[in-house]
Ligand binder design. Structure first.
Ligand code: FAD
Length: 405
């Protein structure tokens, strides 16, 4: 690949999910000259299919212990709320807040009751018990108390769009594999990149090859990090994938955001979004972990039983049901456990980074920043290439919807 011209940069970021876009915003504000390279739609992979909950640590405190995961994440609702209000960078006043809080309720088992106690110990803001008369109708028949917890829920598409709009001229789309060449990569030291931009979707039109000479290469490509790290000669950042099989239910459903706990587990986590005149529930939690071993029809039958058990008041007739599979991409841990923190590591001039949670994107950006040399004061003009679009939401993607569940 021959390049017509060369551009010196402080950093090239690979991958425009929440991690890459948040980091790009942070670095640009700190005076770094950067571009972000994206091989598909922004957030394709995890961010666009995520449930958008800014966790305060509930899932990690259900066993009653304030563990490392809970400590790392418990400040996040406050940090994000400040951004959403425009009181902190990055300003996220155009990001849609779908709900200001999540509900927390339980099934009637004893273990379920114990989990609620744990939640009260570990969260930064105590769950607020709500009076029976204030419960939403769909939670009216649930046993035990219903709580409100300080976990805002965001629309991930508007979050990605707001961050992308701010840096559109720094976002380039390229074709993975053939559209890029890493120049003399060795043990995490990359001298340069030759990249051919995509000027339209589907690879119909490509631009002139450009040589990028970045001081740092930062990989925030989620599941794409593994292959990219290999191409950079990085040997110190092994990845693990933890699969989920998520459920979607579309119909005349009330909007609901929250978790039904059962002991130290969230049996279901439900988030809602409008899809035309109807609502779609995205259902995760233990259901989606267990669903990995099931085909869609079996999982949907199980999901219907689980929703009836955890939400006795829900009217699920005449709904359409679908599933999607997705892997959480993370640093490898002993025994394949969930990592407790946002994670990044540097080898040579390459940094591999995973937020491990959408909510932890601010912490990841700070940690990456700590690994960088100061900006070199570069200000090269950038070619005016079109920015990649935000990836489609899961219910807008091609799916088989079942009505006979
Ligand atoms: P991704 O969102 O996967 O983005 C990676 C980007 O890199 C994509 O744009 C992709 O197209 C691009 N890319 C891939 N390969 C290449 C390449 N070779 N070159 C260039 N670009 C490339 N966390 C929460 O805090 N709250 C939640 O409610 C929540 N719900 C979740 C629900 C589900 C079903 C899943 C799977 C995860 C959920 N998470 C949640 C976790 C959260 O979504 C992820 O931790 C976070 O979105 C990861 O962001 P990312 O930017 O690292 O990766």
């Amino acid at each position: 690949m021959e390049a017509a011209n060369a551009i010196k940069l402080d950093a090239v970021i690979f991958g425009g999910g929440v991690a890459g876009l948040w980091l790009l915003d942070e670095l640009v504000r700190q005076g770094y000259s950067c571009v972000l390279l994206e091989s598909a739609g922004l957030g394709q992979g995890q961010t666009i299919v995520s449930q958008g909950i800014i966790h305060g640590g509930l899932k990690y405190t259900l066993d009653g212990l304030l563990n490392r995961s809970a400590e790392a994440i418990r400040e996040m609702p406050r940090v994000w709320r400040e951004c959403l209000a425009g009181d902190r960078q990055p300003v996220l006043t155009r990001t849609r807040v779908l709900s200001e809080f999540c509900y927390l309720w339980r099934t009637s088992t004893l273990a379920s009751l114990a989990g609620m106690v744990g939640a009260r110990v570990g969260l930064r803001t105590r769950p607020q018990r709500i009076a029976p008369a204030e419960r939403p109708a769909v939670l009216a028949d649930c046993p035990g108390d219903v709580f409100r917890i300080d976990e805002p829920v965001l629309d991930p598409a508007s979050l990605l769009q707001e961050l992308a709009d701010r840096h559109a001229q720094r976002l380039w789309r390229y074709q993975d594999h053939d559209g890029i060449e890493f120049v003399s990569p060795h043990a995490g030291r990359v001298a340069a990149l030759r990249i051919q931009p995509l000027l339209s979707g589907g690879g119909a039109s490509v631009g002139e090859v450009v040589r990028l000479e970045p001081a740092h290469v930062i990989l925030t490509a989620g599941g794409g990090n593994e292959a990219l790290a290999r191409r950079c000669g990085v040997t110190t950042a092994p990845m693990q994938r933890r699969p989920l099989h998520m459920v979607m239910v579309r119909g005349d459903l009330p909007a609901l955001w929250g978790h039904c706990t059962d002991g130290a587990r969230t049996r279901v986590t439900i988030t809602s979004a409008a899809a035309g005149s109807q609502n779609v529930w995205q259902v995760g939690g233990q259901l989606a972990e267990d669903g990995v071993r099931m085909e869609a029809p079996q999982l949907l039958a199980h999901a219907r039983r689980e929703l009836q058990a955890t939400l006795p008041g829900a009217k699920l007739d005449r709904c359409a049901w679908a599933t999607y599979r997705v892997d959480r991409a993370e640093p490898r841990t002993a025994g394949g456990m969930r990592p407790s923190e946002a994670w990044c590591q540097r080898q040579g001039n390459v940094i591999v980074a995973w937020p491990t949670k959408l909510a932890l994107a601010p912490r990841l950006a700070q940690r990456v920043l700590d690994l960088l040399e100061p900006p070199a004061g570069l200000d090269a003009p950038l070619p005016p290439w079109p920015a990649p679009p935000v990836a489609p939401l899961p219910w807008a993607q091609e799916q088989r919807w079942y009505t006979d569940v």
